[in-house]
Design a protein. Structure first.
Lengths: 204, 204
DNA sequence: TGTACATCAGTGAACGCGCGTTCACTGATGTAC
DNA sequence: TGTACATCAGTGAACGCGCGTTCACTGATGTAC
């Protein structure tokens, strides 16, 4: 038999999924509690058994979505390939993850400048955290003693390009993927090569 | 005396300005015709004398905002400084324009992934156009015979960084500006140096 | 310059609709003895 | 194992509100003669 808390968890899950789906066209701002309830198959007031408000639901989705993002980074890291392969591998993993988890990546991209101040700020805070983590990863690469401030600048640039690329992947047809892959690889290469040369130039 | 059409133009202007203001927190998706009318000081139904719908109003704002953006580029171009100064000058002009025209730049940044499909698509189309223009500008720099495809890839990367930087400027306090300037300069430098070295490397 | 008519930006009442939120409730699941 | 009571996810009616849109209108501005 399914316990009461199991059932509740299942409904909660259904609410989160419904919200991810309904949000795709209109953003969280265009999502109503009643739409969600209807989609899930509960009465509007039952929503409150799970979340205090649409904003709280949004925050839960932010958490979930960034878990997705971190899982992706772990995937890149565990391959731990050579510096030469890291570009190809990173881009492949990005494309793969975005395709496999459109809903979460789309949610993040949208709500980054969405209509709810609370959710928007949460997304931005998570991206800052994410940037700092990436800069730690970069520090482990052989980039002769960069300052952490400079690593963060590079990290900020890379994360920005990653978001732009994710958006391209989300809007693209399958047949456009090779081109997007090529572009993303070229850009990542430019950034890394640029950072290396810019830095060595400055130090001489 | 103010003519009838002058008066109409003035009201239209007031609607556009009210929309830009009200949109700042909630995005276009959170904007209602009645809010705009109230802000302007007309009755809701009078709105229809100027726009068919909020979406049409949004499209007008997209046009306006990208005029702003193009004015900025013209400003960069007319200085036509050396390759060495172009980075500093570009960043200075960007910061200056974004600060002077927060409303338009914020509108573009927001509605790029906003809740209205029509407006969103219009913004994206404009950005693609803008990228192509920038790639033509880049072709005039001494970047030994790049293919236009590669210039577009670089252009796409630069525009992405420009949007990210604009968003930083919009959210920043005045005292954080020097750091943002520094970051933007470093990043633009990385991209240009990277592009040059990556390319020459590939050609050998 | 004066008159008669046309235009049209803005008015105001009215509509039906979906919204978030309140409240008292039901009945199945869980717990204490 | 059986009984009595507590918990609580989901129900259903009701509310007041702001929304976009319709319609017939007003009265100042503009135009033709």
């Amino acid at each position: 038999m399914e316990s009461r808390s199991d059932k509740k968890e299942r409904t909660r899950r259904a609410i989160l999924d419904a919200a991810l789906g309904l949000t795709e066209d209109t953003g969280l701002a265009g999502l109503s509690l009643r739409q969600v309830a209807k989609e899930v198959g509960i009465v509007p007031t039952a929503f409150y058994r799970h979340f205090d408000s649409i904003d709280q639901l949004g925050l839960a989705l932010v958490e979930e979505s960034f878990s997705s993002l971190r899982a992706m980074i772990r995937d890149v890291r565990q391959g731990s390939p050579s510096l030469g392969q890291i570009v190809d591998r990173s881009v492949d993993v990005l494309v793969e993850h975005v395709r496999a988890d459109r809903a979460h990546f789309g949610f993040i991209a949208r709500e980054q400048s969405g209509g709810s101040a609370v959710v928007r700020d949460a997304v931005r805070r998570q991206f800052e955290l994410f940037e700092r983590e990436l800069s730690l990863d970069l520090a482990r690469l052989p980039m002769d003693h960069w300052s952490s401030a400079d690593l963060q600048i590079l990290s900020n640039l890379i994360v920005g390009a990653m978001i732009t690329t994710s958006e391209s992947i989300l809007h693209a047809e399958a047949r456009d993927l090779p081109e997007i892959r090529h572009r993303a690889r070229s850009q990542l290469m430019m950034m890394i090569v640029g950072a290396l040369n810019w830095k060595s130039r400055e130090q001489t």
